[in-house]
Design a protein around this ligand. Structure first.
Ligand SMILES: NC(=O)c1ccc[n+]([C@@H]2O[C@H](COP(=O)([O-])OP(=O)(O)OC[C@H]3O[C@@H](n4cnc5c(N)ncnc54)[C@H](OP(=O)(O)O)[C@@H]3O)[C@@H](O)[C@H]2O)c1
Length: 343
């Protein structure tokens, strides 16, 4: 069976959870990767609740048609070109996002991700999976910080939400996965485990980044109500597995991993509940982690115990700063040069 052969399961928890959320009128929600999967559900949900949307996607027909579909449903959605495989594209996307949000950005959901791709370097020389899933989100968050700070100053709260995975378990974070080492991270040879290790490292990075951001944000920003949170969806029947298959080089092991995921996967609406709660639940606090319980068994998104590791968070922070070329992580409006830095 291929990923496409699995029938999408029916959502069981989504409507009940969303019915408990407040309206989002007057709020702006920025989402990376809203063309399909959990990002598309988050966009529909936030739009339905009255938010204005910034859709940070790489340019494609998928991006154009998903934005058009939201607009057809009366949702205020702006597509912003932002290819997470290129730091220049992220810098341009952040500049465009700040330019069209004078009242600030209330939520940045770093949702986009790729999984199980071959050992290739991006134009910046980083691993495709690590740059898409973590490094570009690390850079984007810094660049959008002035917009998040504006929203928090004006409305008392702003959130950054990172999308991790049950696949984060299995090995401690290693610096080399975060460096300019694309194409040198285990290759694609037999038995094909290296691509899953690269994915594991990127999803561990998403969780560590949330905690590191929470710990390091300036005290005045914390006092303004700025929050860093994390979520994971559990195995979810989205577009992700088909894209892994389409990337080629599928081995028996890959087919087994994907088939096993899809056999137990829940509906994409339920998979999105972690990022939905982390983004919009009025009770969500800085440093919290939402997702299905246990190892990600299908179910409602609950508040999960934190998984802190100060040493790994420091490693993540220091190496990510170096690789992305960010030297002032918390730019102030009077120092807009940080958008240009590193080009
Ligand atoms: N599905 C699961 O079982 C599962 C489990 C654990 C964690 N997750 C995580 O959940 C998140 C969402 O995944 P999903 O399951 O919803 O998969 P999906 O349907 O494939 O959605 C991924 C999104 O990321 C976007 N994206 C990929 N590369 C990009 C790039 N270079 N620049 C900008 N956007 C890019 C995709 O846009 P394009 O249309 O341009 O490709 C798409 O909108 C990911 O972070 C993933 O790691 C998923």
């Amino acid at each position: 069976m291929t990923p496409r052969d699995y029938l999408p399961p029916t959502a069981r928890h989504y409507e009940t959870a969303v019915a408990q959320l407040p309206r989002l009128d007057g709020r702006t929600v920025a989402i990376t990767g809203s063309t399909s999967g959990t990002g598309a559900v988050l966009a529909r949900t936030a739009g339905r609740l009255g938010a204005r949307l910034l859709l940070l996607n790489r340019p494609s027909d998928r991006a154009a048609s998903s934005a058009a579909e939201l607009e057809r449903n009366g949702i205020d959605a702006t597509q912003i070109d932002c290819d997470l495989q290129s730091f220049d594209s992220v810098r341009a996307g952040a500049a465009a996002a700040l330019a069209c949000t004078p009242a600030g950005i209330d939520v940045l959901c770093n949702n986009a991700g790729v999984m199980g791709l071959p050992d290739r370097a991006t134009v910046d020389g980083c691993d495709i999976q690590m740059q898409t899933n973590h490094l570009s989100h690390f850079l984007l968050t810094s660049l959008l910080w002035p917009g998040l700070r504006r929203a928090a100053s004006e409305r008392g709260e702003a959130r950054v939400v990172n999308h991790s995975s049950g696949a984060r378990h299995g090995a401690a974070l290693q610096a080399r996965y975060l460096e300019h080492t694309g194409g040198q991270l285990g290759g694609d040879g037999f038995p094909g485990l290296a691509k899953w290790r690269r994915y594991q490292q990127s999803k561990l990075a998403n969780l560590l980044f949330s905690y590191a951001l929470s710990d390091r944000m300036p005290a005045e920003d914390r006092a303004r109500g700025m929050k860093a949170l994390a979520a994971h969806p559990g195995p979810t029947n989205s577009g992700l597995q088909a894209k892994t298959a389409n990337a080629g080089g599928m081995r028996l092991l890959d087919r087994y991993i994907l088939a096993r995921t899809l056999k137990v996967a829940h509906a994409v609406e339920d998979g999105a509940l972690g990022i939905i709660r982390a983004s919009f639940d009025p009770d969500a606090q800085d440093g919290q982690f939402y997702g299905p319980a246990g190892r990600g068994e299908p179910g409602p998104a609950v508040l999960l115990p934190s998984e802190r590791d100060a040493g790994a968070e420091k490693l993540l922070w220091d190496v990510s700063l170096h690789t992305t070329g960010v030297d002032d992580y918390w730019p102030r409006p009077d120092r807009p040069q940080s958008i240009e830095r590193g080009q």
